[in-house]
Design a protein around this ligand. Structure first.
Ligand code: CU
Length: 289
């Protein structure tokens, strides 16, 4: 993958071009981008719901990950993985050079005695000092193979969300309720991976923020508790499982007042998936659930 400089559009091309206070919704940003070839000429289209997040890197415990990082930004970058098994020092990425990072995921990476059953995957944050960021997902043995089967024993879909404040409060780079529609089918088993990155630099220092992720309309199972709010401390990943049964379009936002007012709010939608799959979305019964 590469690190590249882009102009990020927080409004994702919608008609909303400014914040309520009149600030523009475009800002310079560095991002990770995945390529399918060694020369980094053919980018791989990423899931639009991931926003500015880099590619999801997936590995099972006991595996070794090798990442080729090509720095296309104008300055040197430091690459960091916030994980107990990550490289202990930042990796310096010089412009127009490729840095190779090896990560050995230990067999006991997910040993979580006291945790409820089900937390058999976990998110970790990888980033640069210029706020390019993405998630590494670690799974227990056998889960990645299992996920390729139509009836996985674990979950049907994964939804990574990173709460942060670069030029404004955002979730995956989206703000003010504008995002690609996150659409889930009713009763689908969705595993949310939640992460908080550090806040934007202020007076040359970076201050960490805590967030409280709050879902309207549906609840999640988190550490054995049925909740609709999950607290996010800086760079501590959380796993929450949702099986939505409430149809409609719902807010998903941070509950800290200043953050919410600053735009840290997006929407997700729950549909009666089987109905429109069969091409009968005009059916009243399908709409009513
Ligand atoms: Cu917040």
């Amino acid at each position: 993958m590469t690190v590249e400089e882009v102009t990020w559009d927080y409004s994702t091309g919608s008609v909303i071009r400014k914040t309520p206070s009149g600030d523009p919704l475009n800002a310079p940003k560095t991002i990770f981008r995945r390529y399918q070839d060694a020369a980094f000429t053919q980018p791989i289209t990423s899931d639009p719901r991931l926003g500015w997040l880099g590619p999801m890197i997936r590995a099972e415990v006991g595996e070794t990950i090798v990442i080729h990082l090509n720095n296309r930004a104008s300055h040197s970058q430091k690459w960091t993985l916030e994980a107990p098994f990550g490289p202990l020092t930042d990796q310096l990425m010089v412009p127009n050079n490729t840095t190779i990072v090896h990560i050995k995921v230990p067999l006991d990476a997910l040993k979580t005695s006291g945790q409820p059953l089900g937390d058999r995957s976990a998110p970790y944050l990888y980033s640069t000092n210029t706020s390019a960021e993405g998630l590494l997902l670690v799974y227990d043995k056998g889960i990645l193979d299992e996920l390729h089967h139509p009836h996985s024993a674990f979950f049907d879909q994964e939804m990574p969300v990173v709460f942060g404040n670069r030029d404004r409060f955002n979730i995956n780079g989206f703000a003010h309720n504008v995002s690609p529609q996150l659409t889930f089918e009713r009763t689908m088993r969705i595993r949310w991976y939640l992460m908080s990155t550090v806040s934007k630099p202020y007076n040359d220092r970076v201050y960490p923020d805590a967030h409280s992720a709050h879902w309207h309309g549906n609840t999640v199972l988190w550490k054995g508790h049925r909740v609709d709010v999950v607290d996010l401390l800086p760079k501590v990943g959380q796993v929450a499982d949702m099986q939505p049964d409430n149809l409609g379009s719902w807010l998903f936002h941070c509950h800290v007042s200043e953050h919410m007012q600053g735009g840290m709010s997006i929407k997700y939608e729950v549909t009666e998936g089987w109905a429109w799959q069969e091409g009968d979305e005009g059916d009243e019964n399908a709409e009513g659930g």
